[in-house]
Design a protein around this ligand. Structure first.
Ligand SMILES: Cc1cc2nc3c(=O)[nH]c(=O)nc-3n(C[C@H](O)[C@H](O)[C@H](O)COP(=O)(O)O)c2cc1C
Length: 499
């Protein structure tokens, strides 16, 4: 029996993995194992096989390639694929290797070691380990994780909650989805460790509606974790961990990714942003102390507990420790997921991993951090990928999405598109965002059709300033950045339409 490994990740399936599985389903002597994805999406569908020297991979496979794969010819050792071998994978170390719903494989690859260590530590010692690691939240705000946990732990309450933010709405991001589809036990383990540290007995994973496969995999993983005694009351005769976990699916809203809006939605109301303080760590779900953290943040925690905070903090830059998970997309040769220590320049990442521009395309701009991120021209590519450098540049790393635009991109249309997105998605609670985004869109629309008025660019700058300073949350506060940086770096395109 020959075993072949093929990813079951949504992106791999979109690239044709299911077509291979269907075509090869009844091949005698062939066992097809569906794994997580390595995240090298430009190589998908990627088929792997165990060979004497280790895993060998065949990329961009079509059904007709089966004979040469079975003959063992033409593949490349996985360890020699530069896109992968140049990375420092911590959270994504097992991706492409294990089966998402096999708890045995997860444990065999080092999974559950973090939880085992956590069981030997007091809650205070667990939080201390996170403090040493200097882990900051990966959902966008980059708040120190230990600090949030400490606050929730110290706030007295009859109940506490742990909530994973799986709303992942930034364009070009998918690492949370990959975790949920590819290694759901890692997220569960991270949430369990958090629950032990703060004293919570209930958790929710708030998953965006656009991720049906992730929600399904998570539910199946929770069921298996319950049977194994990791969650809930455990199998008959055992005590289990007493931690109950449930998946809830959102209704499709970008702003619901904001933590207070997410909690509103979890409680069954419209996802509208609430004023803070109080912060959720003090008064969150049903008014109880709640840790709301990003999926990736929770997924990093088991490795820190297993290998120690110092080990994690030894990677990265002074104030951005550990690894950063980047998702490269747009007009590059090699779109995919990259995990490396913080500190490389954007240019290095686009060259070494993105492989440069797609054939025939010329670089124009790059946006990091989703629809609220600044647009950078080529002259800014020397920026280091860490929280400080991005903050100094008035930019955000967000959730690590990098979208590259080529020279055919119409920057006026791009700016209009982002303002229109804000107008569509604004929750409506505060005036600067609700009204400002509509007025911003109108100004950009009239510029676009040649009806721009003198002073319109100044008006956009003024409006942007108001939105930045007076909006209730970072949605309105960051929405002007794509527009203002488009005008800053590509202003000629706007002025040309206004002559
Ligand atoms: C408009 C808006 C959208 C957001 N979307 C997300 C999201 O999709 N996922 C996420 O983890 N955090 C998102 N955040 C950040 C959350 O409010 C919160 O800071 C985060 O979930 C905390 O997790 P962390 O500490 O792990 O970063 C968003 C914030 C804003 C203002």
């Amino acid at each position: 029996m020959t075993r072949l490994y093929l990813s079951n990740d949504t992106s791999a399936r979109a690239a044709g993995a299911d077509r291979l599985a269907k075509a090869w389903a009844h091949t005698p002597g062939l066992e097809l194992i569906r794994t997580s994805s390595r995240g090298a999406f430009f190589l998908e569908p990627l088929v792997e096989r165990d060979m004497p020297g280790g895993r060998v991979a065949w990329s961009n496979v079509t059904p007709d390639d089966l004979p040469r794969i079975l003959a063992g010819s033409g593949g490349a050792p996985v360890s020699q694929i530069p896109f992968l071998s140049r990375q420092t994978r911590v959270t994504f170390a097992n991706f492409g290797v294990t089966q998402p719903l096999s708890l045995d494989e997860y444990s065999a690859c080092g999974g559950t070691k973090g939880l085992e260590r956590a069981r030997q530590l007091s809650p205070g010692a667990m939080i201390e380990e996170l403090k040493v690691s200097r882990l900051r939240g990966r959902g966008g705000a980059a708040f120190p994780v230990w600090n949030k946990w400490q606050i929730a732990r110290e706030t007295a309450s009859d109940r506490k909650y742990v909530v994973a933010n799986a709303d992942e709405g930034d364009a070009g991001t998918y690492c949370d989805r990959m975790i949920m589809e590819g290694e759901p036990f890692r997220l569960i383990e991270g949430m369990l460790i958090c629950a032990r540290a703060i004293g919570a007995d209930t958790g929710y994973i708030y998953c965006r509606k656009e991720y049906p496969a992730a929600a399904g995999t998570l539910r199946a993983a929770i069921e298996r974790a319950e049977r194994a005694g990791l969650l809930g009351s455990g199998p008959p005769g055992s005590h289990g961990t007493g931690f109950h976990l449930e998946v809830l699916v959102g209704a499709g809203s970008y702003v619901v990714g904001e933590e207070t809006a997410l909690l509103e939605s979890l409680e069954g109301r419209r996802g509208v942003v609430q004023a803070r303080p109080p912060y959720p760590a003090v008064s969150g779900l049903y008014g109880r102390p709640t840790i709301v953290s990003n999926v990736l943040t929770f997924a990093i925690v088991p490795s820190i507990l297993a290998r120690g905070g110092e080990w994690y903090a030894s990677m990265g830059t002074e104030r951005s420790r550990g690894t950063v998970v980047l998702q490269i997309g747009g007009r590059v040769k090699q779109p995919g997921l990259v995990e490396i220590p913080f500190g490389a320049t954007l240019e290095e990442v686009l060259e070494r991993f993105g492989g440069g521009m797609a054939p025939g395309a010329r670089f124009k701009a790059v946006q990091v951090g989703g629809p609220l991120g600044s647009l950078f021209p080529a002259s800014r590519l020397g920026i280091r990928i860490c929280y400080d450098a991005f903050a100094e540049a008035g930019a955000i790393l967000g959730h690590g999405g990098i979208v590259v635009y080529d020279d055919e991109t119409d920057m006026v249309e791009l700016a209009r598109h982002f303002m229109a997105f804000t107008a569509d998605e604004s929750c409506g609670k505060c005036t600067p965002c609700r009204i400002g985004s509509v007025r911003g869109r109108e100004i950009l629309e009239r510029i676009q059709v040649g009806r721009g008025r003198p002073g319109d660019l100044d008006l956009l700058a003024d409006l942007g300033e108001t939105m930045k300073t007076a909006s209730l949350c970072a949605f309105g506060g960051r929405a002007p950045y794509p527009v203002l940086t488009a005008i800053e770096h590509f202003g000629e395109e706007f002025r040309r339409l206004m002559k």
